[in-house]
Each structure stands twice: as structure tokens, then as C-alpha cells.
Design a binder for this molecule. Structure first.
Ligand SMILES: Nc1ncnc2c1ncn2[C@@H]1O[C@H](COP(=O)(O)OP(=O)(O)OP(=O)(O)O)[C@@H](O)[C@H]1O
Length: 252
């Protein structure tokens, strides 16, 4: 079976800093696959390469068996890969639902022109688009905020809105970079339920996350990075008992 996402021998160097070195792994469709590791381990750099923001220094990334080497982020989105960012990409002076509607066009980029200039074809589709965005907001638990300006929403609600924004492009795989950062315990359990719901729907989830309780509870497999290299890979139980992982975390 072809993995949905396959990473082979990936390296990224910034000058003399090897942020990622010789990293290989495969994510099967339908999995929740998490990348963990101490600060500076290379997790975000890895996500930035997978989503086409950084060009690898060496190595290869395959999406559904196709090399992503020449693909821009919007072309990856067209092929079913979308992401959220550690620093949220929400437009604070727009309403929540406008953010979700715009999110689809930003990820897929192709229709941005029509979005901005409100061409007739868009006006025709706007009712449909608004309905889809409203359904998505309901799905992520932001249904009460449709026409609320984003700046008036709580941080926890904005994090879920950012996920709705990524889901608007109808991804096969969604990459979430530290979705639980800054969330309280209630917001984190709402997030956990949402990730589970997304995965149950058949969308593959890749996660960079520091919240170990969340990661251990929700992941099918884990990749542990340390100083840019793979320290361990496997099911949460195997990884939890790995002496190298224990040493890296206790050492940190
Ligand atoms: N654009 C860049 N230019 C230079 N160095 C970078 C750049 N991005 C990352 N690095 C370096 O690469 C290493 C890995 O950083 P990265 O942000 O990928 O780690 P991380 O595991 O995501 O960390 P955190 O958990 O703190 O977010 C660090 O040493 C970092 O300073």
C-alpha cells in the first residue's frame, strides 16, 4: 500500500545549523501521526518542508506517491494537503466566517482574484460558500461566532477557527502545528475531541505538539526528533518506554 505521506532521507541546513538530518518516515491514510521532541528539535522545519514552504537541502517527500519537490503550497493544497500555523493566520478585522471562506481561496489560491474582486461567478457561488463555511464552523464548535469579528473571539475559539479555515480546502491530510499551545484544559479536551472527529471522518492528521497527554492519547504513531534526527518512531506505548526518549526528555 502506498503511504499518503512519505519522507525519505530529509535534510535541512540553515548555514551551519542542521535543523533536520536524515529523517525518514511514512504516514498511512487515516492515521493520527504526531511529531514530538524538545524545543529546537526541527519539528516546524520538518512541517515547513512537507508543506512546501522550505526546500529540503537533501531528500524527498512523496504525497500519494508523487514527489512534492516542484510543488508550491497551493498546489499541495489542491492535492489535498493543508495546514495550520503556530502563529495563527487569522485576519482579526474580518468576521469568523469570512476567515473560513477566504481560507479556502488562500490555500488553493486559484480563485483569490475572483474572491477579492467579487466577480459574478463568485457572487453566484457565495451563498453556497457561506453555507459550507457555516457548516464547518459548526463542525469545529464555532457555530455561535459566524458573524463575530475575529478580534472578539477567545484564543481557544480562534485556534478551532484556524482548523476550520484549513478544512475549508477539503484536505486529505491536515497538518496542525502546536494546536494546543496556549489552551487551557477545557479547550484542550475540546481540541482533542475535534482531532478525533476529523480523523474518524477519514482525514489524516499530522500533529506537532508539546502536550504529551494529548499526543499520547490521540496518536496512532509518533516520530520523536532530537537535534534534527529521529530518536524513535512507533506506537505511543513503544515510544513512551524507549530509553533514548526518556533520557532526552529527562535531560531536557
Ligand atoms: N529560518 C531559519 N533560519 C535559521 N535557523 C533556523 C530557521 N528555522 C529554524 N532554524 C533552526 O533550526 C532548528 C530547528 O528549529 P525548529 O523551529 O524546526 O524546531 P522545533 O522543534 O519546531 O522547535 P519548537 O518546539 O521550539 O517550535 C533550531 O536550531 C532553529 O534555530
Amino acid at each position: 500500500m502506498t503511504a499518503l505521506v512519505e519522507v525519505k532521507g530529509l535534510d535541512k541546513a540553515f548555514g551551519g545549523v542542521h535543523a533536520v538530518e536524515g529523517v525518514s518516515f511514512a504516514v498511512e491514510a487515516g492515521q493520527v501521526y504526531s511529531v514530538i521532541g524538545p524545543n529546537g528539535a526541527g519539528k516546524t522545519t520538518l512541517f515547513n518542508m512537507i508543506t512546501g514552504l522550505y526546500t529540503p537541502t537533501k531528500g524527498e517527500i512523496l504525497l500519494n506517491g508523487e514527489s512534492t519537490a516542484k510543488l508550491e503550497p497551493n498546489q499541495l493544497a489542491e492535492r489535498g494537503m493543508c495546514r495550520t500555523f503556530q502563529q495563527m493566520q487569522i485576519c482579526m478585522n474580518m468576521t469568523a466566517i469570512e476567515n473560513v471562506m477566504l481560507g479556502r481561496h488562500l490555500q488553493l489560491r486559484s480563485s483569490l482574484f475572483t474572491t477579492l474582486f467579487r466577480l459574478p461567478s463568485l457572487r453566484r457561488n457565495e451563498t453556497d460558500a457561506r453555507k459550507r463555511a457555516a457548516d464547518l464552523m459548526e463542525y469545529v464548535g464555532c457555530g455561535e461566532y459566524l458573524d463575530t469579528e475575529a478580534s472578539a473571539m477567545s484564543y481557544g475559539a480562534l485556534k478551532r477557527l484556524e482548523i476550520a479555515r484549513a478544512l475549508a480546502a477539503e484536505p486529505k491530510v491536515i497538518l496542525l502545528d502546536e494546536p494546543a499551545a496556549g489552551l487551557n484544559a477545557t479547550e484542550t479536551s475540546a481540541l482533542e475531541a475535534l482531532i478525533r472527529k476529523i480523523a474518524d471522518q477519514g482525514i489524516t492528521v499530522m500533529l506537532v505538539e508539546h502536550d504529551m497527554k494529548l499526543v499520547m492519547g490521540i496518536s496512532d504513531r509518533l516520530l520523536v526528533l532530537n537535534y534534527g534526527r529521529v530518536l524513535a518512531e512507533g506506537a505511543p506505548e513503544e515510544v513512551r518506554q524507549n530509553p533514548d526518549v526518556i533520557a532526552a526528555y529527562l535531560g531536557g
